[in-house]
Design a protein around this ligand. Structure first.
Ligand code: HEM
Length: 99
């Protein structure tokens, strides 16, 4: 196989349970994946799952945070959900929960 640019789209079966998202685990929730302007720049996972936004609850302060400004840690791309309304995004997330 010839290598190509970008990433292979992963299967979404059980995706509700596999946060954090993107190939480098840079996005804590499905809601943030589908709403790129809300993705945290620096964050640390809490030991509690966020059933509304689907993913990890997180805090943005403190030591040991994931820093998306570091090389290879970026959270850019996959902007396909940005144009959705809040209601539409919620509906997509409800669908993703069923996979
Ligand atoms: C509203 C429509 C879409 C939804 C709900 C959606 C959902 C998702 C989710 C949940 C992930 C994260 C998977 C994971 O980290 O395990 C993902 C990753 C990905 N999606 Fe989508 N997606 C959508 C549109 C698209 C489109 C249109 C494309 C291609 C043109 C695409 C290509 C990809 C790729 C390549 C990844 C992997 C990115 C990475 O690992 O960095 N997606 N998608």
């Amino acid at each position: 196989m010839e290598p190509s640019e970008g990433y292979v789209a992963p299967p979404l079966d059980g995706v509700w349970a596999t946060a954090p998202y993107l190939h480098n685990g840079s996005v804590p929730t499905l809601d943030a994946l589908l709403h790129s302007t809300t993705r945290p720049a620096k964050w640390k996972r809490m030991d509690e799952y966020d059933h509304e936004n689907m993913g990890w609850k997180y805090e943005e302060s403190g030591k040991g945070r994931y820093d998306t400004s570091l090389p290879g840690y970026g959270n850019k791309g996959h902007y396909f959900g940005d144009h959705l309304s809040a209601e539409e995004r919620k509906a997509v997330i409800e669908y993703l929960k069923t996979l």
